[in-house]
Design a protein around this ligand. Structure first.
Ligand code: PLP
Length: 450
């Protein structure tokens, strides 16, 4: 099904589309590969090439491409009822999906609010924390604590909470209520043990709370793994220690599971089963529909809701919503996606194959230029440094890694370029043989470029 008008597509992209990461000096000149169709873990380019989708789109294509069950559910719902106002009308897909998600989330996170994607999910969670504290009669409790290297989205508020400082220049980001802690990157431990590094991270959090005053802090917002910030897996016990501090100071613990949710880490959600915490709020998106249509949301604990509803509501109205909240087609796609994941045991498969995946990436450590590999579930990366003793890559390392990514592409593998990292977070349906294919291409590319 090659698109014979691929040159027209490339031209229209260049002339009319503003990309989400656009080097402005090259506006109208950059060329992206044109994709035409996909199946399983493979995408096809307009020039006829078939590529392994190493990043599963943007960490989202859990069940892979061409899944008829999801496409049929989308078509059926679009024909039956494509839209209904979430302000006035109930529909079965939103109701059933919220009910289902409540069974998949840990603890008592049973109240679900649907959004249009990950940024709006996190934005809504943060707005909820404002609302919550206003209703509780403590309007000064509004600060949000986040980490350097965290990524939370592209709305004004979520961009302000994003600790990838490279995203900041030339946007007037208002960070007066936001406070950044150190990245929990184990490579930053220096000559400390991981336990000592963790103690220091917890102390920094405690000291910050003491400095700012717990009565001014609404929420701690954290990804279980800092995904876009560099596949950073915090030291063991980090989340449980931070949750304990939050509980002591009545600070909401918001776990941003936009990447880690829906099986990516080998569990439906990573917070409890992988990292040992039951958050107050979990945000999700991406894998909830395997990327077939946009959807995001948050799940809030009953305990939190009880404090501001019913006889505790004080006449308040929660007024935060989107035209596409509870979107019937998106919710129907998510239900079909989850049903398919359950029927095929996709989450169990991701869990079972995760050790093989981690070992396969680690087998590259014998190559000069490979400084580190890390993986949890099916999120992984290969860190490429010309000097492997450096903790983080410099511009030369990034150029080196970019060349590896380009060579992988020529050899049939899409790798997400992320600074000095080759990120691989494949569809969860990947087989051992396909993991071998990925690692063989990485090995060839790194050896040739190195
Ligand atoms: N939160 C995390 C952890 C993410 O990785 C992302 C996107 O990658 C977002 C939020 C924003 O999601 P979206 O791009 O769907 O708005």
């Amino acid at each position: 099904m090659a698109d014979t008008r691929q040159d027209d597509v490339a031209t229209a992209m260049r002339e009319h589309v503003l990309l989400p990461a656009q080097e402005m000096a090259r506006l109208g000149t950059a060329t992206q590969p044109v994709l035409t169709h996909a199946e399983g873990i493979y995408v096809h380019a307009a020039d006829g090439r078939r590529l392994i989708d190493g990043p599963a789109g943007m960490w989202c294509a859990q069940v892979g491409y061409g899944r008829k069950e999801i496409v049929d559910a989308i078509a059926h719902q679009a024909m039956a009822l494509p839209y209904a106002s979430p302000w006035y009308m109930a529909t079965s897909p939103a109701a059933r999906l919220a009910e289902k998600i409540a069974t998949l989330t840990p603890g008592d996170l049973n109240r679900v609010f649907f959004t249009t994607g990950g940024s709006t999910a996190v934005d809504s969670a943060l707005r909820f924390s404002e609302f919550y504290n206003n209703v509780l009669g403590r309007p000064e409790k509004k600060r949000i604590i986040v980490r350097f290297d965290g990524y939370h989205g592209s709305t004004a508020l979520t961009a302000a909470c994003t600790g990838r400082t490279g995203n900041w220049p030339n946007f007037d980001i208002r960070q007066d209520r936001i406070s950044f802690l150190s990245s929990p990157n184990p490579r930053h431990a220096g000559n400390r043990t991981q336990e000592a590094f963790l103690d220091d991270l917890v102390k920094e959090f405690e000291d910050r709370i003491a400095d700012l005053g717990p009565e001014t802090i609404a929420a701690f917002l954290a990804e279980p793994i800092l995904a876009s910030g560099g596949v950073i897996i915090p030291p063991k016990g980090y989340h449980a220690r931070f949750k304990e501090v939050c509980e002591r100071h009545d600070i909401l613990y918001i776990s941003d599971e936009v990447v880690t949710g829906f099986g990516r880490c080998g569990e439906w959600f990573a917070s409890e089963k992988v990292f040992g915490v039951v958050p107050d709020i979990i945000t999700f998106a991406k894998g909830v529909t395997s990327g077939y249509v946009p959807l995001g949301g948050l799940a809030i604990s009953d305990k939190v809701m009880a404090r501001i509803s019913g006889e505790n509501a004080k006449g308040s109205w929660f007024t935060n919503g989107y035209t596409y909240t509870n979107h019937p087609v998106s919710c129907a796609a998510a239900l079909a996606n989850i049903e398919l994941m359950e029927r095929e045991g996709v989450v169990e498969h991701a869990r079972e194959i995760s050790g093989y995946f981690a070992d396969a990436l680690a087998s590259l450590l014998d190559l000069p230029g490979v400084a580190d590999t890390r993986a949890v579930g099916l999120v992984g990366c290969v860190q490429c440094l010309l000097d492997p003793t450096r903790a983080d890559g410099n511009d030369d390392d990034k150029a080196f890694t970019r060349k590896i990514d380009e060579r992988c592409f020529e050899l049939g593998l899409i790798v997400r370029p992320l600074g000095d990292l080759c990120v691989i977070s494949p569809p969860l349906i990947i087989t051992r043989a396909q993991i071998d294919d990925i690692v063989a291409i990485l090995r060839q590319a790194i050896s040739e470029v190195g």
